[in-house]
Design a protein around this ligand. Sequence first.
Ligand SMILES: NC(=O)c1ccc[n+]([C@@H]2O[C@H](COP(=O)([O-])OP(=O)(O)OC[C@H]3O[C@@H](n4cnc5c(N)ncnc54)[C@H](OP(=O)(O)O)[C@@H]3O)[C@@H](O)[C@H]2O)c1
Length: 394
Amino acid sequence: MNKQLNIGLFGLGVVGSGLWDILQEQAHQPFSIRKIGVQNPEKQRTPPAHFLTLQPESILEDPGIDVIVEAITHPEEALALVTQALRNGKDVITANKKMLARYLPQLLKIAAENERTLLYESAACGGIPVVRTLDEYFSAEPLDKLYGIFNGTSNYLLTQMFRYQLPFAEALKQAQEKGFAEADPSDDVDGADAKHKLILLSAHGQGLWVHPDEVLHLGIRHIQPEDIAWAQQQGATIKLVPTGKRLPDNRVALYVIPHLVQRDNPLFHIHDEFNSVHIEGQYSGRHVLTGRGAGSKPTASAIIADLQGLQRRQQYRYSKKRLLSRPALDESLEIPVYIRLPKSAETSVNLESIKVDSVEIDGQNIRLEGHVRLSDLKSLRGALHAAGAFVMQR
Ligand SMILES: NC(=O)c1ccc[n+]([C@@H]2O[C@H](COP(=O)([O-])OP(=O)(O)OC[C@H]3O[C@@H](n4cnc5c(N)ncnc54)[C@H](OP(=O)(O)O)[C@@H]3O)[C@@H](O)[C@H]2O)c1
């Protein structure tokens, strides 16, 4: 018989409410929420008031609570809560990819010092069971490539823009009204959220451990109807794709950039808020996991899988981290790019590092096709962003 796990939950937003709701529906599960930490005393809530607290200590110091489920937003506030929970002898399940991408090594050290477990299936692609798959099933096989669509908001926006020929600002407004985009969508549309997930998945699948500041990300904020029309003329679409690509000499290129995606690529057919994780093993070939990468109950279902994992004493193995020669981040990879920037910005971006194949002037825009090394693109990122340029891999 499984031991009953008593949960202290932090956060009762999209994710926390999903966990509450599922556990009400599935009363047979051996998990019960004892207390819920929130911030705003004025909000209307589904759980009865006696569950709620504004005092984190009343959860962190409750000896009757076995496990903390952390589902708040701010990464540094989450770090403080998770750190204290581990030090107080509690296991932790977290959905907070931004915190994990920044502080995973530090958190694992604290967990080990306190003989506690840290699980986070929900943090990378919500309801898609990919962290455990990479950690356990692919613990030995080298992965040639790890890529896909890891951010539902940007995929929803791109789908709407291609389907209804909407400008970015209009698509974003509609997505915010429908709850598919947050009031501040920066992490989603600029590629940082996909990068945080890529970093976690690469740590498990490829043994590469890097800080987010080291990894290039470019997003879809500056996409224009001209870019969409250009892609459609090629019979293609555009997707925001995080990539972890294995290179010779035990090196891995890790980056997030919009891609021109042709119809024969399975990513072409991933629409709306869906995510799709592609794993290419050296021996076993390509595996695809497609599903709901975000949302209340899909994300909470991954938290429940972690609660069950805790009962079975599941721990991540991080097998590839333990390899004698761990891979290093490589920025020398040269990728084919499309860059569209306003003519007025031509002098503000130094494009010397780009090997240009062709240049076209189209109305107020310059469209350039060429090749660029990731390190050079990383150096140009700030200037391209400031100029309102849209960059994608061809
Ligand atoms: N939404 C998704 O589909 C999804 C999927 C995977 C992972 N995640 C991750 O899950 C986490 C939560 O996301 P969410 O979408 O559920 O956010 P959300 O809807 O904005 O809810 C955040 C909740 O955290 C509470 N909170 C914020 N700071 C707090 C603090 N210092 N102490 C206690 N409670 C605090 C808020 O309290 P009040 O209610 O009082 O304001 C709110 O209930 C984030 O790290 C996110 O990246 C989300």
